[in-house]
Ligand binder design. Structure first.
Ligand code: 9MR
Length: 404
């Protein structure tokens, strides 16, 4: 049975209450929001989507509203529903088709590229951004108790200024983890405290600004066994619980996700992730979503993405495609680009078809700044925009996917 609608009912039953005034750029409403619903002078509360209203500079173009309509959670298009969108920006199209956002990852070094930033900042194109690196542990707590926010703040402020949702990425991950954590030989009580401090400080800093957090990233090996990192080796599976609890306390309104790759279709890893969702839900551990990263190869998509997304949502979580890119062996050819366009369309249409798939994030929008060539020798061209920031056939594939 499909259970997500029950959780939406629970969500919309939460009645927001006023608690002072939100600051400029602060959140002022949205499903599940329990903070302030009015804005400081000179700003007005604008509904960006059903989950997020924000205090934006200037007077309201529509009457200030404390909360968005809560009776219409994001849903996919009903069968035979909305006609193809005439909007041209991918986020505008996604929203017109009932999704919460279409977004992109970005990274700090790229933000000096004005042509790049201009496209990234167009919130009809991208309604959400994810920092590719600057909220990770090595960037935010490079030494124990010493927090560093320069890069993370830059991207959080960019999202605010652009009126874009922010996905936080991430609290606990085996990679880009400073050696003071991975090689500290801490006992379980100390490592618990270290996780709690890190997650609550990180999530707390952006309280009210983040739509969803990848609280735990990549906990499983591809064979479905737990990844034996310092967290698992010291605390067993309980580290997941510890991180999620700390994040919930630090920002009760943020959606808390576990995020992984190779869980987009049926696999041993997918089964393990579904079992984890079930056990966390059964234990009342706070968990709202599963992120399916979506790092794919042209012509090699897993079968059954739509059914798989639906199977996750049936466990009572929302889902999102969080890091989509579809790489190829270089050089790119017309045939490869055409197949890539079809593959983007397949992934987007799977999310479009599933109630509870809230949005799609591409892992940067341009080949100019993709992570792929540095990691996979001889491969690349994975993004919908090319090296020169020109849209590729994949762009139309995304449009077609939302219109399917
Ligand atoms: O895009 C990120 C890249 O710049 C980093 O070098 C890399 C290091 O691990 O991480 C990349 O992002 C990863 C993300 O955080 C988690 N899923 C896989 C992504 C691609 O490696």
């Amino acid at each position: 049975m499909f259970k997500l609608s029950a959780s939406f009912v629970a969500l919309v039953a939460l009645i927001p209450f006023a608690a002072g005034q939100a600051q400029e750029w602060g959140q002022c409403g949205g499903i599940g929001w329990t903070g302030p619903t009015t804005c400081v002078a000179g700003t007005s509360c604008q509904v960006l989507n059903s989950y997020y209203s924000q205090c934006l500079p200037g007077a309201a173009s529509t009457p200030p509203t404390s909360t968005p309509p809560v009776s219409t959670p994001p849903t996919s298009t009903p069968p035979g529903g909305a006609p193809p969108s005439s909007a041209t920006g991918l986020n505008a199209i996604a929203k017109s088709k009932g999704k919460l956002y279409f977004g992109s990852a970005t990274d700090n070094p790229e933000l000096t590229d004005t042509a790049y930033v201009k496209i990234l900042s167009d919130n009809t194109m991208f309604g959400q951004i994810t920092p590719g690196n600057s909220m990770k542990w090595d960037a935010t707590e490079p030494a124990r108790g010493q927090f560093s926010w320069t890069g993370a703040d830059q991207i959080a402020n960019l999202a605010k200024g652009n009126g874009q949702l922010l996905r936080g990425h991430n609290c606990v991950w085996y990679s880009q983890l400073p050696s003071w954590v991975s090689s500290g030989n801490f006992d379980s009580a100390t490592l618990t405290s270290i996780i709690q401090t890190h997650c609550s400080t990180l999530v707390g800093r952006y309280k009210g600004e983040v739509y969803s957090w990848d609280v735990v990233n990549e906990p499983f090996n591809d064979d479905g066994t737990w990844r034996t990192d310092v967290f698992y080796n010291t605390l067993g599976t309980n580290y997941v619980n510890i991180a999620l609890q700390a994040a919930r306390t630090a920002d009760p309104a943020a959606k808390l996700y576990i995020n992984d790759y190779n869980i987009e279709g049926p696999s041993a890893k997918t089964t393990s992730m579904m079992n984890l969702v079930k056990s966390l839900k059964a234990a009342n551990v706070p968990l709202d979503g599963i992120g399916l990263q979506g790092h794919f190869i042209v012509g090699e998509l897993p079968q059954g993405i739509e059914d798989n997304l639906r199977a996750f949502t049936a466990l009572g979580v929302e889902v999102a495609i969080t890091e989509l890119d579809i790489r190829m062996t270089l050089p790119s050819t017309a045939a490869l680009l055409a197949q890539q366009s079809k593959d983007y369309q397949t992934v987007i249409s799977a999310c479009q078809a599933v109630e509870g798939c809230v949005g799609v994030t591409i892992w940067d929008y341009t080949d100019k700044y993709s992570w792929v060539p540095q990691t996979f020798s001889g491969q690349g061209a994975a993004c919908p925009w090319d090296q020169n920031l020109v849209e590729k056939p994949a762009f139309q594939g995304i449009v077609n996917g939302f219109n399917s």
